[in-house]
Structures are given as structure tokens and as C-alpha cells.
Design a protein around this ligand. Structure first.
Ligand code: DP6
Length: 321
């Protein structure tokens, strides 16, 4: 039964502190590792969903008609899985995330779309179910249903692979996002992780990731930002290492990336809390705490006067208006 003609949902992006970088099942996005993330307040997607008069699925992104192939593939899978053959949808999304530059706009996009879809179709608004549906759109979207810290349990099939809240409290962690490049990334995360999985050292990274997840859980519960930063940095650099070591090597790092990473380390050595994490793009997210963010940001702005920086904190989960 159709409850409403139009639904608006908002979801925030999230940054993984323990990364998802590999799929055990490509079509369902079942990952090779469990991952842990913090949802951010600053970057989000708002999606307005309604039925489209044309009967086709259509996507409007930031006011412009856009290729709907990926979203259509997702909606068709949802039609199949829910057994609901709903007609074509008009997806009107505003993305407050620099799209495709490694800030994971797919996470907030598919989480917002899932939230809107569930309400539009009058499906049960169950967080676990929504996380599973969002996962099919984009793995990282499974975590964006939730605020603060979430864990995506890798599971082994569609039913067992979903995210859930881990620690629903703002522990004072700050992320300074260094916007090194807003250009469309060269290598999608979907393709990048499939290549990286072929690295001879990939199995060792997966094993280490399981140990790091345990350590990260304790560090978050202890509000220990230094430990969080050290583990997250090692996990992320290890992920990028697989990209360079696989049979068809590639690299998201550019010169400015390396400069920002080196400066982050110099700041840490000088006694400030500063650690780096990176996703499928050249941008660096610098992990620090609220007490250090002003001084650290000033140092970065001074060192990189032409670079844009934004500070993000913990954000909330899926919401409607
Ligand atoms: C590096 O969720 O974008 O940001 O499931 O293929 O859509 P697909 O991949 P995606 O990958 C995100 C990878 C990452 C790490 C992470 O967010 O855990």
C-alpha cells in the first residue's frame, strides 16, 4: 500500500576508521572484513522520492538529470528482493558532499534513498533491514543509517551482513578534511577494491583488520582519540598499500596527498593529536579532537594556503522531514 506521494529523507556520510576494502560477494556487497565508522555531521544527502509519471526510474542530482544506471540496478534488486514491483521512481537528490572525490557520497546517497524508499513503499522502518537494503546500493551506505559510531558486521550472506550502532555518543573526535581535489576519481571504489583483493599481501591485511577492529572498539569505548587515530591510520595506509601491490597497481595518492600526510606526521611528532585516514580518492581526513582542532587547522592552513579544509564532527543517523 502506498502511504505518501512524496518522501524526503536525509542521511550523512561516514568515514571508516576500520575500512571496507574488498568483497566476498560482488552483486550483494558482502565484504571481506567488518568495518567501523563515524558518521559525520557536515556532509549529507537529502533525497526526495516520488513516483515518476514516465514509469521509468529517473535521477536528478543537484538539480540536473543524471545517468540513473547504478540507481536503477539497485532499485531493480530491491524490487526482486522485496517482491514489490513498484513503478518507476523520481529520485531528486541534493548532495552536500563533494561527489566522487573520496568523500564517499555513495554512502549518504544510498542510505537516504533507502530511507525514503522504505517510507514511500510503506515497508517496515527497521534499522537492520534498512542497513541491508542500503548495503546493496553501496557497501558503506549500510553504516550511514546510524549516527555516531557504527559497525558493519561482514556476515556471510544477505541476511547476516548489516551494520548496527556501536557507540551512540559523540566522543569529541574531529575530522579535518583536506580537500585536495574535487575532481571525479579515476578509479571507482567498486573496481579499486576488486583489483586490490588480488594483492599477495591482501590476506594479511584482512587478518590484521580483524585484530584492529577489536582494538578500535576498545579505543572508542575508552574515548582514546590517540589510539583511535593510530589504529585508523595504520588500517587506511595498509588498505592503500594493497592498491600499489596488486597485479594491476594503481594509486589514489597524488603529490599533495603525500605532502599532507607528511605534515600530519610532523604535527603529531610536535605533540599535537593528528592522524590521517583516506578513502578512494586523494583527499586526507585528519583525525584529531575538539580541543586540538583550532590549532591544528591553523597550522594546516598556514602550510597549505591554497587548500580548502572543513571540520566535521560526529553526526546523526537517517532522518525524515
Ligand atoms: C574506501 O561503499 O563506495 O570508503 O560497495 O562498491 O559501493 P561499493 O563501495 P563503497 O566503498 C567504500 C570504501 C572506502 C572504505 C569504507 O568506507 O569503509
Amino acid at each position: 500500500m502506498i502511504k505518501q506521494a512524496k518522501v524526503r529523507a536525509t542521511a550523512h556520510t561516514n568515514i571508516a576508521l576500520i575500512k571496507y576494502w574488498g568483497k566476498a560477494d560482488v552483486s550483494l556487497n558482502i565484504p571481506t572484513t567488518s568495518s567501523l565508522s563515524m558518521t559525520l555531521d557536515k556532509f549529507y544527502t537529502t533525497t526526495e522520492l516520488s513516483f515518476d509519471a514516465s514509469g521509468q526510474d529517473r535521477l536528478i542530482l543537484n538539480g540536473e538529470g543524471t545517468d540513473a544506471t547504478r540507481v536503477k540496478g539497485f532499485l531493480d534488486l530491491v524490487r526482486q528482493k522485496t517482491g514489490q514491483d513498484f513503478p518507476g521512481l523520481l529520485i531528486d537528490s541534493q548532495n552536500h558532499v563533494p561527489t566522487a572525490a573520496g568523500l564517499a557520497s555513495s554512502a549518504s546517497s544510498f542510505a537516504a534513498l533507502t530511507g525514503a524508499l522504505v517510507r514511500l513503499l510503506d515497508l517496515p522502518e527497521n534499522d537492520r533491514e534498512m542497513s541491508r537494503i542500503a548495503r546493496i546500493g553501496s557497501g558503506s551506505a549500510s553504516r550511514s543509517i546510524f549516527g555516531n559510531f557504527a559497525i558493519w558486521n561482514k556476515g556471510h550472506d544477505d541476511a547476516s551482513s548489516y551494520a548496527e550502532p556501536f557507540y551512540d555518543e559523540d566522543i569529541g573526535l574531529s575530522m579535518i578534511v583536506a580537500e585536495i581535489s574535487q575532481k571525479e576519481k579515476k578509479m571507482s571504489s567498486t573496481r579499486g577494491m576488486q583489483l586490490a583483493q588480488k594483492a599477495p599481501s591482501y590476506g594479511a591485511w584482512v587478518e590484521k583488520s580483524a585484530r584492529q577492529l577489536k582494538e578500535m572498539k576498545s579505543a572508542v569505548q575508552a574515548h582514546d582519540i590517540e589510539q583511535i587515530g593510530l589504529i585508523a591510520q595504520d588500517n587506511a595506509l595498509g588498505m592503500h598499500e594493497q592498491n600499489r601491490l596488486c597485479p594491476e597497481p594503481f594509486d589514489y595518492f597524488i603529490d599533495e596527498t603525500r605532502q599532507v600526510l607528511a605534515f600530519t606526521e610532523a604535527c603529531y611528532r610536535s605533540g599535537l593529536l593528528a592522524f590521517a585516514t583516506m578513502d578512494a580518492g586523494p583527499n586526507v581526513k585528519i583525525i584529531t579532537d575538539k580541543a586540538s582542532e583550532t590549532e591544528l587547522l591553523a597550522r594546516f592552513k598556514n602550510e597549505f594556503p591554497n587548500m580548502a579544509f572543513e571540520i566535521a564532527h560526529a553526526g546523526g543517523g537517517l532522518s525524515y522531514d
